[in-house]
Write a protein that binds this ligand. Structure first.
Ligand SMILES: Nc1nc2c(ncn2[C@@H]2O[C@H](COP(=O)(O)OP(=O)(O)OP(=O)(O)O)[C@@H](O)[C@H]2O)c(=O)[nH]1
Length: 597
């Protein structure tokens, strides 16, 4: 018998990979992952251990002793899902049931992400249920011999990054697709960096191996340069050659996904408190707002109240990714929900509430937290403005620039002019000056270094523009040098410390003083001129004397908190001062930023 892979042996002996790794650890056999191979001698020892355990009535798979090569031996079913069944004989790390892995596919443009997803969808998704409408919902569930795998079907790392940018992590495993005829490209590197930053396990799929010019070995060698050493080269990176066109290797890829998921020991409590993440939201002309939610914990039911950001909704209807109507959905299920009134954004977290009242309370609390945060920000700004009024902070600011031009001559001319533009307060740092159109690499550099991309007589390609748009990096192109220089002037101005001036807002007459149990005395007032704003500066005059100067910490119209009140309206003004009296005049002003002179 030659060498055998750990997971193959585990499968043949009817035990799960965890159990197999435990035995190997006990024997002191070293391995990189479950796809590492072990020699015949160790295989025999393992079989013996399992046979002994079975004889002792231990919890090892009973099939192991008598049928070492029983590839069909199934462990006892303890749960409906195959993944859970595979775990049945292991010492449970937790009592929670396993959940299906959620997989995202990333990689360079045209390396075959969409084709791979399409192939898997075509071959692994059961025909839609009668009456269901198959449509793009942002994720789908694939059935495999090892159980369910959920794929996020918006390929590319932009979707991944958007979700991560909101603090959520949806994917458990990232597949990095690399075309065998193209090898590592800039976006491949980016995708790898994103997966690594998110600490999501990665599988490399070398795609397009059907092409005559395919060179999977080159891809593997190139990977080693990124410190990603494929298993066959002694490392621990799983690399699977596939073809999204012929389907070759796709089964192996699915198998590796299941193995990785098993090792990750993904579990969730279907009975626990619900939580989920928005995969995508959109408005359907007929149905209204539709949101795809990935259930991460707990179970969703039609009729549940959900809160996303500062909105809530009641689930009126739920469909699975196959278009079939469902009444409930457990962990790792992508579901499309009808019931929100506002379109939620991808990456927003979703929680459930016991009833409508509780949902409203969560929303009110969030709105109040947000207002507090905004107020705190405004106050910080106001404090900064006072410091500014007292004098400049004297900090030197740097404007980072990436310059692109048609010729070396124009680049030199531009740099010459820019050198004379620097001031004591603002330095210009040309991070890159290149000939030719800006590249995706420039956009990446600009996004990490907060640089501006300025082009002279060159324009970005559509692909680069797309990347720049997703990363919100403006690329500005000019045909006249002085227009470009004007832009630099604007950038320099924008980098000068802001200057603030006090500006009059409005005046109000205090008509009665209302005592509020929490906020103290509130001035029931009538705005006689201009307007009042929350957070405005307040000056209280009694007769001719200024008796108090402070801040408008709260504004109310009847019972509602409001941000502003216009002339001619009554309102409650809370100036955080208890001695306000009927007849006092309150004057409001605010600090506004003005153009530096
Ligand atoms: N021969 C061959 N062609 C493939 C394979 N996979 C994808 N292609 C082709 O490669 C091209 C790009 O494939 P896509 O699936 O659109 O690539 P993508 O990575 O999703 O591209 P973007 O969405 O633009 O980022 C298409 O013309 C596919 O038909 C494959 O395994 N073999």
């Amino acid at each position: 018998m030659s060498k055998v892979r750990i997971y193959t042996l585990a499968k043949d002996l009817g035990v799960d990979n965890h159990k197999m790794l435990e035995i190997l650890d006990g024997l002191g056999v070293s391995y990189k992952s479950v796809s590492s191979t072990i020699d015949e001698e160790n295989v025999e020892i393992i079989k013996q251990i399992l046979a002994d355990e079975a004889a002792e009535g231990g919890d090892a798979a009973p099939a192991a002793a008598s049928a070492p090569a029983a590839a069909t031996a199934e462990p006892e079913e303890a749960d409906e899902t195959p993944a859970a069944a595979a775990q049945a004989d292991a010492e449970p790390a937790s009592d929670l049931p396993h959940r299906a892995p959620v997989v995202t596919i990333m990689g360079h443009v045209d390396h075959g992400k969409t084709s791979l997803l399409d192939y898997i969808r075509k071959t692994r998704v059961a025909a839609k249920e009668a009456g269901g409408i198959t449509q793009h919902v942002g994720a789908f569930e694939a059935k495999t011999s090892k159980g369910k795998i959920v794929f996020i079907d918006t390929p590319g790392h932009e979707a991944f990054t958007t979700i991560r940018a909101r603090g959520a992590n949806v994917a458990d495993i990232a597949i990095i697709v690399i075309a065998a005829d193209d090898s590592l490209m800039p976006q491949t590197r980016e995708a790898i960096a994103h997966a690594q930053a998110a600490k999501v396990p990665m599988l490399i799929a070398i795609n397009k191996v059907d092409l005559p010019q395919a060179d999977p070995e080159k891809v593997k060698t190139d990977l080693t340069q990124l410190n990603l050493v494929p298993e066959e080269y002694g490392g621990d990176v799983i690399v699977v050659p596939v073809s999204a066109k012929t389907g070759e290797g796709v089964e192996d890829l699915l198998e590796y996904i299941s193995l990785t998921a098993e090792l990750e020991d993904l579990r969730a409590d279907p009975k626990g408190q619900f939580s989920g993440v928005i995969i995508e939201g959109r408005v359907d002309k007929q149905a209204g707002v539709l949101a795809t939610v990935m259930v991460q914990e707990g179970t969703l039911h039609v009729g549940d109240f959900l809160v996303v950001g500062e909105n809530y909704g009641k689930i009126k209807a739920m469909t699975d990714s196959n278009g079939g109507r469902i009444k409930e959905a457990g962990p790792s299920t992508p579901v499309q929900i009808l019931g929100f009134s506002e379109v939620p954004s991808s990456g927003e977290t979703v929680v459930s509430a016991k009833n409508e009242h509780a949902a409203r309370e969560i929303v009110a609390q969030r709105a109040s937290d947000r207002r507090d945060e905004e107020d705190a920000r405004e106050r910080r700004k106001a404090q900064r403005s006072l410091a500014d009024l007292l004098g400049p902070l004297g900090e030197v600011h740097t404007v980072n620039l990436i310059l692109r031009a048609d010729t070396q001559g124009s680049l030199e001319a531009i740099q010459g002019i820019l050198a004379r533009k620097e001031t004591e307060d603002v330095k210009l740092n040309v991070m890159l000056a290149g000939i030719g159109a800006p590249t995706e690499g420039d956009v990446l550099l600009a996004s990490t270094a907060e640089a501006q991309i300025l082009c002279f007589n060159v324009t970005p390609s559509a692909a680069v523009t797309k990347v720049a748009e997703t990363k919100e990096i403006p690329i500005k192109a000019y045909r006249i040098i002085y227009e470009m220089i004007d832009e630099v002037d604007r950038l320099i101005k924008g980098n000068l410390d802001p200057v603030f001036e006090e500006q009059y807002l409005g005046r109000a007459e205090v008509r009665m003083v209302i005592h509020h149990p929490k906020s103290g005395n509130i001035a029931g007032s009538y705005v006689t001129d201009g307007m009042f704003k929350r957070n405005a500066k307040a000056k209280v005059t009694r007769g001719k004397e200024v008796v108090y100067e402070g801040t408008v910490v709260g504004l109310k119209r009847f019972k509602d908190d409001v941000r502003e009140v216009q002339q001619g309206y009554e309102c409650g003004i809370n100036i955080d001062w208890n001695d306000v009296q009927e007849g006092d005049i309150i004057e409001a002003s605010e600090m506004v930023e003005v153009e530096p002179r």
